[in-house]
Design a binder for this molecule. Structure first.
Ligand code: ADP
Ligand code: TPW
Ligand code: MG
Length: 577
């Protein structure tokens, strides 16, 4: 009997090998190398999860679909294969939908598979169990949405979902599987034939030679060039070519948050510590897998200074060009192919940028690094952000293979600036939307997909959005060390409500002990009040690989409103008037 098939006795004497929707979905996923599912069980997908596990798929059960979805999204970023999230109908689907929208926004390939109720009842709005027209709701939030009604279409449905997620600009795909589909039976042989192994799911997109020449001409003419590497460049897994290109060009580079480590932050050309200078003073900027969105002030305004600028953009999405400012040299293609073509066309006589510029960038960078150094070595109790992050910075330097997950406001902005990264795709964070709540989902997927130890540096508020997943981390015994920067609240723990006895909207229970949460599930909990205690606890956790949560007590007055983006608060516009 073929794998994944059920033998059924006909009423007559002859027997026929049959398969069903359950097994066809499992076989289709496995055939395409999708061997991990992140989800939450329930009607109508409980048995599917059990069967998938029995058939060798790793099925990780979460406590909330949103966290499973964030896990799937980041699995997509890390592996270039769609991360799969599995949910029940209506409420489970909606819980997973935030993560699907997040994946689409961040250009991560992901497939949200949700069970759904009876089509006939949903469409007549007759009030089925968890009734909802999920396909219609998912559509505006993802790249593509499909529904499979018949077992013989499962192979095609999953193939379409995979292609849509990973080809071109990657993103989220919704796959709607009505309850009835799972139990549909069909001939096993015909079922096997109906499955599709997707060939070349993300075909190379070769840039036009003219576009390459135009880009290099602009770059060559620059007096003060800058390369900005974004998370699309990290996603592309063209690490060697990118490094060669940057080094051969001699151009200072600025990594966006999740592109840190593509080249080490300590690389002589890294301009991370001279960010405002290079954005303001550069005359030609080449973006590789980075968008000119709010994170880069849309390519204009004070951040970019008065000097006229020319932009070169390397991206797989043609519509991205000119989205915010004019792009004088668009290079459309996949980053691996584009960077290879650039390298090739540079030839052997490529000159480096004027020393006046590269020396100015270097001087600014050294000045800023020197200014920061003493603050990172402070031993204040209670700890401030710099004292605590100084310790974590050294730990990451000593353990460059570890994956850093990071969310919060001050906890995010300061950690991003202070903790140097040394290898590609080791820094995972809040992404394009600045989402709180990605932490535990990302930590779990990072551990599962890479097998490397994970250090999650979390604001106390940020952690709260996905905190219950510490049970998941303990249940699967994952090598995750969570450090909570506990400043008693959002941005600061010092706000006072003068109008009533209710606490202010941004403060939490004073002196909370998040470490006890971890102990409740058999993990290691530590309360750390000094940089020394923090260092010892993190090192012990990283050495042992035991699930650990460290409650790092941070001075509640140390942070600032909204971290580095306080200027985006509407109130700050009023104050300026
Ligand atoms: P960051 O937030 O790091 O600045 P963004 O998410 O804004 O990065 O931009 C990533 C860009 O990378 C997107 O415009 C996306 O189309 C592009 N991209 C993603 N993968 C590839 C790839 N393989 N080749 C080319 N471009 C890619
Ligand atoms: C899904 C708004 C941005 S940052 C933040 C919130 C609630 C928490 C900051 O406090 P934290 O960090 O984590 O304790 P720190 O070090 O400054 O004290 N809901 C979502 N996403 C966002 N971004 C918010 C709310 C927000
Ligand atoms: Mg906080």
């Amino acid at each position: 009997m073929a794998e994944g098939t059920a033998k059924k006795q006909d009423a007559g004497a002859d027997t026929q090998d049959l398969t069903d929707g359950f097994h066809l979905i499992i076989d289709a996923l496995k055939l395409n190398g999708l061997n991990t599912i992140y989800g939450v069980p329930g009607i109508p997908i409980t048995d599917f999860g059990r069967m998938a596990q029995a058939e060798g798929i790793r099925v990780l059960s979460f406590r909330h679909e949103q966290n499973a979805g964030y896990a799937a999204a980041i699995a997509g970023f890390l592996t270039k294969k769609p991360g799969v999230c599995l949910t029940v109908s209506a409420p489970g689907f909606l819980n997973g939908l935030t993560a699907l929208a997040h994946a689409t926004t961040n250009c991560f390939p992901m497939i949200l598979i949700s069970g759904s109720s009876e089509r006939e009842i949903v469409d007549l709005q007759q009030g089925d169990y968890e009734e909802m027209d999920q396909l219609a709701i998912a559509k505006p939030l993802c790249k593509a949405a499909y529904r499979v009604l018949h077992a013989q279409d499962i192979g095609i449905g999953i193939a379409r979902a995979i292609r849509s997620a990973v080809s071109g600009r990657p993103g989220g795909v919704y796959l709607d599987l009505p309850a009835k589909l799972f139990g549909q039976v069909m001939n096993a042989e015909a079922g096997k034939k109906s499955l599709v192994k997707v060939i070349d799911a993300a075909p190379a997109q070769i840039p036009a030679p003219d576009a390459i020449k135009r880009a290099l001409d602009v770059l060559k003419g620059a007096k003060r060039p800058l390369i900005i590497l974004g998370k699309g460049a990290a996603y592309a897994q063209a690490d060697d070519a990118i490094r060669q290109f940057v080094e051969k060009s001699g151009v200072p580079f600025l990594p966006m948050s999740m592109a840190k480590g593509l080249l080490p932050d300590t690389h002589p050309q890294c301009a991370g510590a001279a960010r405002s200078t290079v954005l303001k003073d550069s005359d030609v900027v080449m973006m590789i897998g980075a968008r000119l969105n709010w994170l880069l002030s849309h390519g204009k305004g004070k951040t970019w200074g008065d000097a006229p600028k020319k932009f070169i953009q390397v991206d797989i999405e043609p519509k991205e060009m000119d989205s915010n400012v004019e792009i004088v040299a668009p290079v459309v293609g996949d980053i691996g192919s584009c960077v290879a073509a650039l390298l090739n066309a540079m030839g052997s006589k490529w000159g480096v940028p004027p020393a006046e510029w590269t020396n100015a960038v270097k001087a600014k960078r050294e000045e800023n690094v020197a200014k920061m150094a003493p603050r990172l070595m402070n031993n204040n109790v209670p700890m401030d952000y710099h004292g605590a992050l100084g310790v974590l910075r050294t730990i990451v330097k000593e353990r460059p293979d570890a994956i850093l997950v990071n969310e919060g406001a001050n906890t995010l902005d300061l950690a991003r600036g202070i903790i140097d990264m040394y290898k590609p795709r080791k820094r995972l964070d809040v992404g394009t939307w600045g989402i709180m709540g990605i932490g535990m989902g990302q930590a779990i997927a990072a551990a599962v997909e890479t097998g490397k130890p994970v250090l999650a540096v979390e604001g106390d508020s940020a952690f709260g959005f996905s905190g219950m997943e510490v049970e998941t981390i303990c249940r699967y015994n994952l090598p995750v060390c969570i450090v909570i920067f506990n400043n008693n609240g959002i941005y600061r723990g010092t706000d006072v409500n003068k109008a009533s006895s209710d606490p202010a909207t941004t403060v939490f229970v004073v002196g909370a002990r998040y470490d006890k949460m971890m102990e409740a599930f058999g993990g290691v909990g530590v309360n750390a009040t000094s940089p020394d205690e923090l260092k010892r606890a993190v090192n012990a956790a990283m050495d042992s690989g035991k699930p650990t949560l460290i409650n790092a007590v941070i001075d509640p007055a140390a942070g600032s409103e909204s971290g580095r983006i306080g200027n985006l608060n509407p109130q700050s516009a009023l104050k300026k008037k």
